[in-house]
Design a protein around this ligand. Structure first.
Ligand code: BYC
Ligand code: FE
Ligand code: FE
Length: 472
């Protein structure tokens, strides 16, 4: 079934109306979700008409339609890529067995944990971005922010569906708790580090959607290989939506770089009201490092168990690899002792699966940075954006609690602290950037610190009324 039933209260392509218990349970969760959305979703824009895309089909082509929607009326629903019939578990100890259509008892807990961890990031990101609308650089950007927000809301629905459908009472409790934790809250924070960090201006937002949503891409890709078929199919549809989130980030940073490079020909970017390259670099450093942490420990028995169980594969497990058992191979990790001496430790490949996924992510990020540097080159600017070494500013895994410069050299803590404001956003950066963040809400108007996009959304012009404010 590839078409979505929009007649129902919860749009879906999972035949919800034939499972009354599940339908009732999800319909009972729906008002709590909406209450969360009104409390924690974009502040101040709930009555406005936003030019949004809504999923209308799960086919690769023509899956979305565009129209004006008030965000609380967005049709959040449950969409899985179509059932493929004969799917098998394709890696790990169960390789060759039929893919699971229900939860294998022995993996119930770890599977629930992965689904909850994934689900938790989605509302967290909406919470982090909740005030950004007030300082939007244009209606085009405002609309993109809201598009990302409603789709992250839908990603939460995707995980809540799995919890309700496959995990009974525990699942329903977890679904409630997903609406109770809050990004950055001291008592009840979100689960993963990056999702508790503030994201209070648009440079942070564009770096977040470039680097943190891109972690989403790789986690979802790994889960879309899963032997638990409903998880695989849910994640594979989420990836369709994810592409736009990363586009928003990558093109947002590119537009900032373009404007900065243009102005640098005239003088000091700070005096000209644009964002200096070193400030942009510090934000890249921060969000890249926070996002690297999201892959978990380099040496992880959890990761080995996930892989062995056939629950979480590598990036493009089927396309990129021939050996799906990963039993005979190893992975070399570079470790440091407290004196900064380096040594290599070789671990079984299965234990290194977090690091293998991180490698794929890093490669992708390098390509993104290359596209940014092409923008600088085209503007005749000789400076370049770079990615810091994977050891820089890490809080999870084997480099946590140690200090490395952006080139990856070990440092004594006090030496590192003295350099901190050179490498990471400082209070001065924050107040300068905040001073630039003035809303631009006339169609076709763009803030001075960012260049307009080369084209609009869905073939519309860049001065389109992407948001129609209520009462105007
Ligand atoms: N922060 O063996 P370890 C997205 C915990 S983004 C805090 O090293 P493991 C999105 C870990 O839970 C994609 N805690 O790692 C983007 C464990 O705790 P317990 C999100 C962390 O288990 C933008 C302990 O450290 N999806 O969709 O292999 C906008 C040691 O565990 C962190 C997923 O993450 C951290 N950064 O975990 C919106 C996929 N890292 O159990 C959305 C689901 C590790 O000892 N999650 N810990 O208390 C997973 O597959 C895995 O849980 C992890 C790695 C990738 C997080
Ligand atoms: Fe998401
Ligand atoms: Fe996303």
């Amino acid at each position: 079934m590839s078409n979505i039933n929009y007649q129902e209260r919860i749009p879906n392509n999972v035949d919800l109306s034939n499972d009354r218990r599940l339908q009732r349970a999800l319909e009972a969760w729906q008002p709590d979700y909406l209450e969360w959305w009104m409390d924690m979703g974009p502040e101040g824009y709930q009555d406005d008409d936003i030019y949004l895309r809504t999923a209308v089909s799960v086919d690769q082509d023509g899956w979305a339609s565009f129209d004006y929607v008030k965000m609380p009326d967005y049709r959040w629903g449950i969409f899985l890529t179509p059932f493929e019939g004969e799917r098998k578990v394709n890696f790990g100890d169960h390789m060759g067995e039929d893919a699971w259509q229900s939860v294998p008892g022995e993996y119930r807990n770890i599977l629930r944990r992965v689904i909850v961890t994934q689900g938790d990031t989605e509302p967290a990101s909406v919470e982090q971005q909740r005030l950004l609308g007030h300082t939007c650089p244009s209606l085009y950007d405002l609309r993109n922010l809201f598009q990302v927000n409603v789709e992250e809301g839908r990603h939460l629905w995707a995980m809540v569906y799995l919890l309700h459908r496959y995990f009974g009472r525990d699942g329903r409790e977890e679904a409630e708790e997903l609406l109770e934790r809050r990004s950055g809250d001291e008592d009840s924070p979100r689960i993963l580090g990056a999702f508790n960090e503030p994201c209070s201006d648009w440079l942070n937002f564009f770096c977040f959607t470039t680097f943190t949503d891109r972690d989403g891409k790789y986690q979802l890709r790994a889960l879309s290989e899963s032997g638990f078929d409903p998880l695989a199919r849910t994640c594979s549809f989420m990836l369709t939506e994810e592409a736009h989130h990363m586009f928003v980030g990558q093109s947002g940073v590119a537009r900032i770089l373009k404007r900065t490079a243009e102005r640098m020909k005239e003088g000091d970017p700070r005096k000209l009201g644009v964002i200096p390259l070193d400030m942009i670099q510090r934000h890249v450093n921060l969000w890249y490092a926070l996002s690297l942490d999201l892959f978990g420990g380099e040496d992880s028995s959890n990761a080995a168990n996930f892989f062995a169980a056939g629950l979480k594969g590598r990036d493009q497990e089927m396309r990129k690899y021939d050996d799906h058992l990963a039993l005979d191979q190893t992975y070399d990790l570079t470790l440091f002792n407290p004196q900064g001496e380096q040594r290599i430790e070789t671990i079984p490949l299965r234990r290194a699966m977090n690091e293998v996924l991180r490698d794929a992510y890093i490669e992708d990020c390098e390509k993104v940075v290359n596209t940014w540097n092409r923008v600088l080159r085209k503007e005749g600017c000789d400076e370049r954006i770079t990615l810091p070494n994977r050891r820089f500013f890490r809080h999870q895994g084997i480099y946590a609690g140690m200090y490395f410069d952006p080139q990856g050299n070990w440092m004594a803590p006090e030496d590192w602290e003295a350099k901190r404001d050179e490498w990471l956003p400082s209070m001065a950066d924050k107040s300068y950037i905040h001073s630039l963040m003035k809303p631009c809400t006339e169609p076709g108007q763009y803030a001075d610190w960012i260049s307009p996009p080369p084209r609009g959304i869905n073939g519309q012009p860049i001065d389109y009324h992407y948001v129609e404010f209520a009462g105007s």
